[in-house]
Every structure is written in structure tokens, then in C-alpha cells.
Design a protein around this ligand. Sequence first.
Ligand SMILES: Cc1cc2nc3c(=O)[nH]c(=O)nc-3n(C[C@H](O)[C@H](O)[C@H](O)COP(=O)(O)O)c2cc1C
Length: 351
Amino acid sequence: MATALCQRLQLKLPLIQAPMAGGATTPQLVASVGEAGGLGFLAGAMLSPAQMREEAGKIRALSDAPFGINLFVQGRPAPEADEMALALRLLRPWHEELGLGAPAAPDSFCQPFDAQLDALLALRPAAASFTFGILDESQMRALKEAGILTIGTATNLAEGLAWAEAGADAVCAQGKEAGGHRGTFIGEQRESLRPMLSLVYELAQNLPLPVIAAGGIMNGRDMAAAMRHGAEACQLGTAFLRCPESGISPIWKQALAEAREGGTRLTRAFSGRYARGLDNRYMEAMADWEAALPAYPVMNALTAPMRAAAARAGRGELMSLWAGEGVAGARALPVAALIGELRDEWRAAYR
Ligand SMILES: Cc1cc2nc3c(=O)[nH]c(=O)nc-3n(C[C@H](O)[C@H](O)[C@H](O)COP(=O)(O)O)c2cc1C
């Protein structure tokens, strides 16, 4: 049952731990996944090049297993003045509630992508994955020359074809069930909300590349279903959030433990890009305004002080509690035990 992609990445089972920016993918988590025979992924999007080097060094000190690094394809934004003014006005009452000073525009909205990519190339992970956009010819060539397996995220067929044309080694098909940010970069976001199994099947039928399934995969039966639809591996995010190795805050873990089926929804209000998380008071209150807010990374930077203060104060109703539709199936197990159960379930599903 070892697919070509799994062989190339030396995986003992077709399991990729999703990169999860925002603190979840600690070096311990990434290294433990690798030790258990899956592919761990460091989320590099919010890290400076120096932090990327530090985290990769820690992973390598813990394990010799291959791992990947993920980045958001992000440029330098030029927000409109009226969008900025609206966002700052809407954030003010939340700041007051948390005892923070008036919201203000930061000096920079995100890490410099070119410098992050240079750091990634120098670190030479086994794999690199990208979301929110696509790479240009010279960036793809540099990854090829460094021998790094390159994975592009696609939420629709056009994006999958674009990554194939660009020379990617694999495409990660992100179904609508997925927790965290939508990767959509071609077409309307609302037209790119395909259930994982149907998207995997369509991409596997139409692309000359291995497809990795992502979105709502919580157990070994889900993995087997995705593989039967043509996936060569499965990427699980939400399933790892409750592991002790995951670095998210206790309040987020508690909210996941209490979450029910149907408790998630998409919002643009935290970051300016649609993302799936546990429904809460901030999401509800901002719903009528979210379409008018500045795009990622501007809104993400503007809400950073509020989110950090809410986490410090244990106020989950003002935090971005990213989670996928399958959240009720997430297990609070150490990584090795979780992967052991996933392996048993996956094998049983084939019997
Ligand atoms: C908390 C969280 C953070 C995420 N951060 C990233 C990220 O930094 N980069 C990325 O490519 N995908 C990110 N994702 C999306 C995952 O790659 C993947 O699509 C998703 O987790 C799959 O769905 P699942 O959560 O139902 O398993 C994130 C997902 C979650 C839940």
C-alpha cells in the first residue's frame, strides 16, 4: 500500500501532519510525527528567517526523520485607507473590552516572503509546501535545484492545474472541511468549497501529479476513503491539535475538547482571508462587516494584539480557534499513540 509519494518521503504510512501556523506545530510535534513514520511539517508562515532556522535546528536535534516546511505565499500589501479606517474603528470596542490601547497599524504586516523562502532553501527540508498563492519560475527552479519536494495547495481544479504547470511535485487538495485558512488563489472563495473526497477525486483524475487529501480526515477510515478516491497521502491538521505536543493555548485545547459536530464556520474577520474555526462571539459580531475588512495579511496584523491579549486573559470568545469540521473526532493523545491508532484503523479499513 506504499505509494510512490510515500516511498520518496520515506513514510511508513501515508500520513502528513498539516503545518499549522499559530503555535501548534512545535519542534516536538513535528519530530514526533516523523519518529512515528509520518511526515511532520513546520509552519513557517509567521516565523522570521532566524526563527525558522531555530525551529528547524530543534527538530533536527530531536529526530533524523525527514520533515517539511510550509509558507504562505505573501506579498507586501497596500491597504486602502478606508478599509484600514473601518477595521481600526471596528476593533476599538474589542480593545477597550480587553483593556488595550487604541488599535493601530503596525510597521509591517507580515514576514518578508523572499527572505523566508531563502531561509527554507538553505535549510533543505525534505519537502516544502505553499498556500495562498503560487510560485514563479525562478522560485520553482531553486526548490528543484535544492532537491526539495514541492507541494502546492489547491482548492479547485484551476489551482491544481496551475501548480502542475508550474512544476510542483504534488498537490494538496484542501476540501471545505479543513480547519484554518482557505488556500484559494484562483477564482471566488465561495466557489472553491468542495467536499474533500470529491475534490481529491477530480484532481487525481485530471492532474499528472500525486494528490494529497486534506480536510476533515480524523481517523484511519477517513484516510482509506481518501486513498480510494485517488489520494497518495493524507494531510491531517485538526486531528493533531489536542496532542500534548501541540503548542496551542490551554483555552484553545479546552474549546476543542468541548466542540460539537457543526460547531465551526468560515470567517474573514480575524485575518482578512477566509478560515474555518470554532464559532465564537467575535465571529458572530463581525459577520456583517467581514466582507469589507482589509485582506490578509493586513487584518491579521491588526487583530494580532487583540488575539494575544484574549489568549493571555483566557477569553476564547475573542480568539481565532481554528479547527476543521471533524473537530469532535480529535483525540487528546500523544502523537505516537494517535498515529498508532490511525495506522490500526487505516489497516483495518482495508481488510
Ligand atoms: C490551526 C490550523 C492552522 C493551519 N495553518 C496552516 C498553515 O500554516 N499552512 C497551511 O498550508 N495550512 C494550514 N492549515 C490548513 C491545513 O494545511 C489543512 O488544510 C487542514 O488542517 C486540513 O483539514 P483538517 O484540519 O480537517 O485536518 C491550518 C489548519 C489548522 C487547523
